[in-house]
Design a binder for this molecule. Structure first.
Ligand SMILES: [Zn+2]
Ligand SMILES: [Zn+2]
Length: 258
């Protein structure tokens, strides 16, 4: 399983894209910084997109991806909670903002095929076992455990505040955990209130994970608040030292092989 981080930041600026991952060139998780990271032939290989939640920084490139798929007359499956799909249909895809991507290039075979997932219900998507699990964000959000046929697995939390390990830790055993650190420790109270993490909050989650599971996977943090990146990096490095674990910040175009 090769995981490519397409976007690792909370703000899109030159050199930084919004949250998006690509697995083995065919499965995408979140669509914040997707199309600007990939050539058209690379986009044509995408079979499915998993959405963690409806926030614009995780869904916006569905519009450009769906429009681009008209060039190769392809169809891309888009998975998310029913709630998530309803919001993106009415706010992004139904033709008010741009082309109606539910009927483009034609009604019979639209470029985006929306499919609702249920938390705790495992599905085979693009050849992977995918298990959506609810996490703690400001709107309904799921993380995904994605397991390849050769037994490697990743858990991506999406946007989450603290408490996800207690809630769903028993259901996951990933080789790699991709989570988020949006801001520095000094903003902990605010981060908690909006369903995001600091390095210190991540440390508490990882400590619980180790107690529960008896090990710590490699951890990569994304959704980095750009102006605070250096401070977040130092704070995450400190947590890595304290826990004796492999924890680092992700970056655009980073590749990890499991
Ligand atoms: Zn969010
Ligand atoms: Zn976000």
């Amino acid at each position: 399983m090769e995981i490519q981080i397409l976007g690792a930041h909370a703000a899109e600026v030159k050199g930084a894209r919004l949250a998006s991952l690509l697995i083995d060139e065919v499965l995408t998780v979140d669509a914040g910084g997707l199309t600007s990271a990939l050539s058209l032939p690379q986009q044509e290989k995408i079979k499915a997109v998993l959405l963690s939640h409806h926030h614009f920084d995780h869904t916006r490139d569905l519009v450009t991806l769906g429009a681009n798929a008209g060039y190769w007359q392809g169809q891309i499956e888009v998975y998310g909670l029913r709630y998530t799909l309803d919001v993106i249909i009415s706010c992004l895809l139904d033709g008010k903002m741009y082309i109606n991507l539910l009927e483009y290039p034609n009604k019979e075979k639209p470029s985006l095929l929306l499919k609702a997932i249920e938390p705790y219900r495992k599905e085979v998507i693009a050849g992977y076992d995918v298990l959506p699990l609810p996490v703690k964000h400001s709107v309904p959000t799921v993380g995904y455990q994605i397991s390849s046929p050769d037994g490697k697995s990743l858990f991506y939390t999406g946007d989450t505040g603290p408490g996800f390990v207690l809630a769903i830790g028993q259901h996951i055993s990933p080789h790699l955990l991709i989570s988020e650190v949006y801001g520095p420790n000094k903003f902990e109270d605010w981060l908690k209130s909006v369903g995001h993490m600091s390095a210190k909050l991540l440390k508490e989650e990882l400590t619980q994970f180790k107690e529960l599971k008896g090990y710590l996977p490699r951890v990569i943090a994304i959704h980095i608040g750009n102006p605070y990146e250096q401070q977040i990096e130092e704070e995450v490095a400190q947590v890595a030292k304290e826990l004796g674990a492999d924890i680092s910040l992700g970056h655009e175009d980073m590749r990890v092989t499991l």
